[in-house]
Write a protein that binds this ligand. Structure first.
Ligand code: GZL
Length: 318
């Protein structure tokens, strides 16, 4: 039998080492949330990560954060790790729509509620509590309507698509093409993924401008600002004037895009607000308090062009 002093010392060390779980304001045991983030592929994603992490810190949430470097297998591994740790809630932004049924069933079987942030997974509604994100189909519609209004309904369009099989790439394309059916003078003559990154957007545009079809285009639809900004570099390097020789419309509404609009190099950016932290952790708190949540929370978006970009710039948080 160890002496009482030794027993107390060992207990103190274990408690000290474990540190116990962090405390939220008011000294209650902190809520533990596992968040699987897609990666750091764009300025939008960086702002989204910053919003999630800062809001968790503000609320005293014990956040287990994982960056999947745009790989679904890393997200699945992270979610399995959160399940093994017995977190209170799992939140994630699925890099692609398919392939989540098995791991979300494991979370459900473990009794851990799941909140979807940003992108939608293609699973039955009962596999998650709530999906918080923008309406990507509407973003695509708004981009096409802007382009139609500013080209008189006549445009030979190149399209830089987002990550293949992701909800924003699928839905933005769907919304854009839905509007194009009303404009026989507008057609997409080239479509290639830039995987939502600036580097790939530049690379794809460089190759396009060297091809015969590249000589025909007078408009570019980029599924996000980072790819549009990369394409702008390629258009300039080819001796053309972005925003004039090629009218460019994109999505996200990041600060660099609004600067490009004020410089006349980008013509329109449909906002996709990345600052989801407050909504995500309001939903987490509702889950913990066993309060009802809507299945879908749509984030409201704005739109920027030469008429309002300069005025909006000082307000941009990302
Ligand atoms: C949209 C988000 C997209 C952004 C890109 O909600 O998933 O991913 O449009 C980002 O910039 O990479």
């Amino acid at each position: 039998m160890k002496s009482p002093l030794v027993f107390c010392l060992i207990s103190a060390i274990v408690i000290g080492c474990g540190g116990g779980s962090p405390k939220s304001p008011g000294g209650k045991k902190a809520i533990v949330v596992g968040f699987s983030q897609i990666g750091a592929e764009s300025a939008w994603r960086t702002a989204n990560t910053q919003s999630i992490q800062s809001e968790a810190q503000k609320r005293g949430i014990d956040l287990k954060f994982s960056d999947a470097q745009q790989k679904q297998e890393n997200q699945i591994k992270a979610i399995r790790s959160f399940i093994a740790q017995g977190v209170d809630v799992i939140a994630f932004s699925p890099v692609v729509e398919a392939g989540w049924d098995v791991v979300l069933k494991e979370a459900k079987d473990a009794g851990i509620p799941v909140i979807v942030s940003d992108r939608r997974p293609n699973v039955p509604d009962d596999m998650y509590v709530c999906f918080i994100g923008s309406d990507f189909v509407e973003e695509g519609r708004r981009a096409a309507k802007w382009l139609a209004e500013h080209t008189g309904g006549k445009a030979v369009i190149a399209e830089l698509t987002g990550t293949p099989n992701s909800a924003p790439a699928n839905d933005r394309k769907k919304g854009f093409e839905e509007v194009l059916t009303q404009y026989p003078g507008m057609s997409i003559v080239y479509s290639q993924t830039g995987d939502f990154t600036r580097a790939k957007g530049k690379e794809v545009m460089e190759a396009l401008l060297k091809s015969p079809v590249g000589k025909r285009i007078n408009a570019l639809f980029a599924h996000n600002d980072d790819m549009a900004l990369g394409a702008i570099q390629a258009i300039e390097a080819a001796g053309l004037k972005p925003g004039k020789d090629i009218i460019i419309v994109s999505i996200d509404g990041i600060k660099d895009a609004l600067v490009a609009i004020t410089e006349g190099k980008l013509n329109c950016s449909v906002e996709c607000n990345p600052l989801l932290g407050p909504k995500v952790f309001d939903a987490v708190q509702a889950v913990m308090d066993k309060k009802p949540l809507p299945k879908r929370i749509v984030v409201e978006d704005s739109m920027f062009d030469a008429a309002n970009a300069a005025k909006e710039l000082p307000n941009r948080k990302y």
